[in-house]
Ligand binder design. Structure first.
Ligand SMILES: [Zn+2]
Length: 293
């Protein structure tokens, strides 16, 4: 499943091909993906110009000259490819590319620069929706969504305030999309290890003792940004490498310090413990019981 860094990688792949272009034609090869396409979907898109390609949590947002926003969610297996003049011009895939699987090419956008943007989704958990730009933050997909972890809003003081009185473990609080939107299991494990915070610690304790915990909260905010930005950077280089090779992009695993490394040495300098695995709310947590407190 694409996580926030993969979605940001896709956004960066789509932006140069799509921003500023007019949508000439939309080919819809099905009536639905995970949900039916919105009413008059083609009519609302054809002839309008894409003014910006942005992202909120794991949603891609195309700002349209009509005042609407095309909302794209990749679900489990959705991906985009960009073709220019009949040839692959860029890979906006987040994960891997299989050989020809045209049966799963469900939507094709034809743009005024000649680009074809193809949406492929074998499992069809992705979806597309249209909503007015005005009031988007309070519309159905976004109204309960927490703060954006890659934005400037996330800092230690804000983490302390949104975690105040939370009697849930740190791991669960960080995965709660109503508090911080778009943080997935892998990145939460990585960030907690770097901040040397136990995933089992109660989230509210970050707010309890100002003197001791303010620094920890600041560190947590900064390492969350670090792990996401590093994954975005790795995604970009993986995509470029892919163009000359074939095979899986590998979901950036080589970048993970603790995720899926049960029994391996803790990567913290001077720590001689090994990484443990626990199950919290049905998800695997990888952590060091010695240096994460
Ligand atoms: Zn350790």
């Amino acid at each position: 499943m694409p996580e926030l860094p993969e979605v940001e990688t896709v956004r960066r792949g789509l932006e140069p091909a799509m921003a500023g272009q007019r949508i000439e034609q939309v080919e819809l090869r099905r009536k639905d993906l995970r949900f039916p396409f919105p009413p008059k979907f083609r009519e609302r898109l054809e002839g309008v110009t894409i003014s910006a390609v942005s992202r909120r949590a794991k949603y891609l947002l195309l700002d349209l000259s009509s005042g609407e926003v095309l909302i794209l969610h990749l679900g489990m297996s959705g991906r985009f490819s960009v073709e220019m003049g009949g040839k692959k011009a860029g890979t906006a895939h987040y994960h891997y590319i299989t050989a020809s699987d045209a049966p799963h090419d469900h939507v094709v956008f034809h743009l005024s620069n000649g680009a074809r943007i193809i949406y492929n989704d074998p499992r069809r958990f992705g979806f597309m929706d249209l909503a007015a730009r005005e009031g988007l933050e309070t519309s159905k997909h976004f109204q309960k969504m927490g703060i954006e972890p890659l934005g400037n809003a996330l800092n230690g003081e804000l983490i302390r305030s949104i975690f105040a009185d939370k009697k849930t473990p740190m791991k669960a609080a960080l995965l709660d999309q109503r508090l911080i939107a778009g943080l997935g299991n892998i990145y939460v494990c990585e960030a907690l290890h770097r901040a040397r915070l136990s995933p089992m610690r109660l989230a509210g304790t970050l707010s309890s003792n100002r003197g001791a915990m303010q620094g920890k909260a600041n560190l947590l905010a900064s390492v969350i940004r670090d792990v996401l930005n590093e994954a975005v950077a790795a995604g970009g280089s993986s995509l470029r490498d892919y163009a000359q090779t074939d095979g899986s992009l590998g979901y950036f695993q080589h970048r993970f310090r603790v995720y899926d490394r049960e029994g391996e040495p803790c990567p913290t300098p001077d720590c001689s413990a090994t990484i443990k695995r626990a199950v919290q709310s049905g998800r695997s947590t990888f952590y060091c019981a010695v240096c994460q407190k």
